[in-house]
Design a protein around this ligand. Structure first.
Ligand code: LMR
Length: 331
């Protein structure tokens, strides 16, 4: 009898120990866009690789579409540790006091993905991510989205056509200055509220890469889209530093390798996804698509490049010069 109860107790103990050991580490990854976007797809791919490579020791819970938090709240939640991983747009770092990230919002700063990668995959990109450490955040990678189109209920062929239009922007002093340079009236609004804002006429138009325009169905409530490629929207994947540093070393190594591959995946699909989504908007027939000629785009560029000078002190004159040098920027 004694032996039997001893056996039962040891069995219970062994069971408790194994079930404790098998409890996975949960990583909550929150973002604001749809699953079928470059960021949404890359988050899913990271989850797959991370869970495979940690052999189930880590479980990544991805919360897309502002399910958990809206724009501003995400960053606070990360700093508090309520969520562990985010991929916010680069404009979202200025409110933390790291204004240098707003350089990515400057209109016409990059001529295409090649120029962009000279920054995000070079020393400037690394230097900027390092600035987040004192905020309790570690920057793991940059994920591409793409170049923005303008949409509205009015056709915008010339910069002057934007005059007086209420344009939704994400919170950014640079984007505010950009819209004002066009004579438009910028209005900050959370991403999750843009569709309704456009539908009800709270705002007349907005800007975003085609992947967001399409997956948020904004094109259904906008008559015209101008393919202006006037600016860039992309992300940094970030984690709560304390949480990340506290992970077992072998787990972190596996997660880092998953992030390297997910980043390659994100940056490989971004352009294709945006091209496809622009084609899908066109095929829907709900919005007209105006592709600017080179001369028309040049007129937008001359209207908007003065924003660089205007915002030089905010971003840092040296940093801007470094970016110009790296990309060979020409006015
Ligand atoms: C926006 O608010 O327009 C974007 O930052 C959304 C996103 O994350 O792509």
């Amino acid at each position: 009898m004694k032996l039997k109860s001893l056996l039962v107790v040891s069995l219970v103990l062994v069971f408790a120990a194994t079930s404790l050991a098998a409890e996975p580490i949960i990583i909550k990854f929150s973002h604001v866009v749809a699953v079928d976007t470059p960021k949404g797809q890359a988050a899913e791919y990271f989850k797959k690789l991370a869970e495979e490579r940690t052999k189930g020791a880590v479980k990544i819970e991805v919360y897309p579409n502002s399910q958990l938090y809206k724009d501003k709240e995400e960053m606070e939640a990360l700093q508090l540790g309520a969520v562990h991983m985010l991929a916010p747009s680069l404009a979202k770092f200025a409110p933390l006091g790291v204004k240098e990230f707003e350089l990515f919002d400057l209109p016409f700063i990059f001529d295409g993905y090649d120029d962009l990668h000279k920054i995000t995959q070079g020393p400037v990109g690394k230097k900027l991510l390092n600035k987040l450490e004192v905020k309790g955040i570690s920057g793991l990678a940059y994920w591409d989205n793409g170049f923005k189109v303008m949409s509205s209920n009015k056709e915008m062929r010339k910069p002057e056509d934007c005059k007086g239009q209420k344009m939704r922007i994400q919170s950014s002093k640079i984007l505010d200055a950009q819209m004002r340079a066009l004579g438009a009236v910028p209005q900050v609004m959370a991403f999750s509220e843009v569709y309704q804002g456009l539908q009800t006429g709270v705002v007349d138009g907005t800007e975003n890469p085609p992947s967001n325009l399409y997956t948020q169905k904004m094109f259904e409530v906008q008559k015209h889209v101008t393919v202006s490629n006037h600016g860039y929207l992309g992300y940094a994947v970030i984690v709560n530093k304390k949480f990340w540093d506290g992970l077992p070393a072998d787990i972190r190594t596996a997660l880092d390798s998953a992030m390297v591959d997910a980043t390659k995946f994100a940056n490989d699909i971004a352009k294709k996804k945006n091209d496809e989504d622009l084609a899908a908007v066109k095929a829907s027939g709900k919005s007209t698509i105006l592709v600017l000629s080179d001369a028309e785009r040049a007129a937008w560029k001359s209207a908007l490049v003065p924003v660089h000078e205007q915002m030089k002190e905010r971003i840092g004159a040296d940093l801007l010069a470094e970016v110009y040098q790296a990309t060979g920027f020409k006015k």
